[in-house]
Write a protein that binds this ligand. Structure first.
Ligand code: XIL
Length: 301
């Protein structure tokens, strides 16, 4: 293929990007989006603060703009994210206990119902495990409602949209370490007890302090061996030139070598679209030109 999406499709995979609704009027941005990608993830527009700014008052305006654009251009959609400790509206931050649990479940049900039939995969729960060597859950208001909050969120999502793949998504789980071991144990437990889970997302934000792990492919494979899909969900790699191109190639080849690695999403289009305040972690430069990392990515697909 001559584009990322078409090349990924040759092996039954997708190639996606994070999209910001306020950039859909930028013709350079939209030109690259429509040419190269066949999956989109709303970068912020489906998060709790965006979709339920006041309790039980849902606002889908910006998320719907992205969904409409995707549907009009034959792209699929990763929903991101139903339950997360971050980017919560103020009213949620002020809740705890049963009231918070019920608000979370209502949020999952309402948003997944609004998008029923339109979402390829949902990040049902994002970033619920702690960094470091403990393998513990992250302390958060949601975690303090009880250890079973994650499975409760997955059951609510399945009930609302039985056709969407339901994913757990996190960072620093890209290699084998205490945090990914803990996620692995959770997935194993969910599978053994029939808690609905279909996929694990590996954010894959890489930089010199957090490089591509040497056991990246082995880690994807061990999760796939649990009988779930794996997806690379927020890929960006700080760097430039050949070194960056080689790192992108390694990540793409790892996914290609794992039959249940069903797709790759980069976290933005041009370097200037990146959430990173500085740096050049993406596949297109600020002018929209293809970087060496683009070419190595295309060649690895
Ligand atoms: C980031 C967005 O890119 C930024 O625009 C926003 O200010 C903060 O969130 N992990 C995730 C994503 O799951 O939702 C985050 O996105 C990046 C880290």
């Amino acid at each position: 293929g001559t584009t990322l999406g078409a090349s990924a499709a040759e092996s039954g995979r997708y190639f996606g990007t994070a999209v910001a609704a306020n950039k859909l009027s930028d013709s350079t941005y939209v030109g690259i989006l429509n040419r190269e990608f066949n999956m989109v993830t709303p970068e912020n527009e489906m998060k709790w603060d965006a979709t339920e700014p006041s309790q039980n008052q849902f606002n889908y305006t910006n998320a719907d703009r992205i969904v409409s654009h995707a549907q009009a251009n034959g792209m699929r959609i990763r929903g991101h994210a139903l339950a997360w400790h971050s980017q919560q509206p103020g009213w949620v931050q002020n809740l705890s206990g049963t009231a918070l649990r019920q608000a979370m479940l209502n949020h999952v049900t309402q948003v997944a119902t609004h998008y029923k039939g339109k979402i390829h995969s949902w990040d049902v729960v994002n970033e619920a495990f702690a960094d470091g060597g403990t393998g513990a859950r992250r302390d958060s208001n949601l975690q303090r409602t009880g250890d079973d909050w994650i499975e409760a969120a997955f059951r609510a999502a399945r009930a609302a949209d039985p056709g969407a793949k339901l994913c757990y998504n996190d960072y620093n789980t890209d290699g084998q370490n205490a945090k990914s071991n803990a996620v692995y144990a959770m997935v194993q437990d969910f599978k053994s007890r029939g808690v609905p889970i279909d996929c694990v997302g590996f954010q894959s934000h890489f930089n010199p302090n957090s490089p591509v792990p040497s056991d990246y492919q082995a880690n994807l494979q061990r999760f796939a061996n649990l009988g779930i899909d794996v997806q690379i969900t927020e890929l960006d790699i700080e760097g430039s030139g050949t070194a960056q191109a080689d790192n992108y190639s390694r990540v793409i080849k790892a996914c290609m070598a794992v039959s249940r690695c069903t797709g790759i999403t980069v976290w933005g289009i041009r370097d200037s679209d990146s959430w990173r305040s500085s740096g050049t972690p993406l596949l297109f430069d600020a002018s929209g030109n293809k970087k060496p990392a683009y070419t190595s990515t295309l060649n690895a697909l």
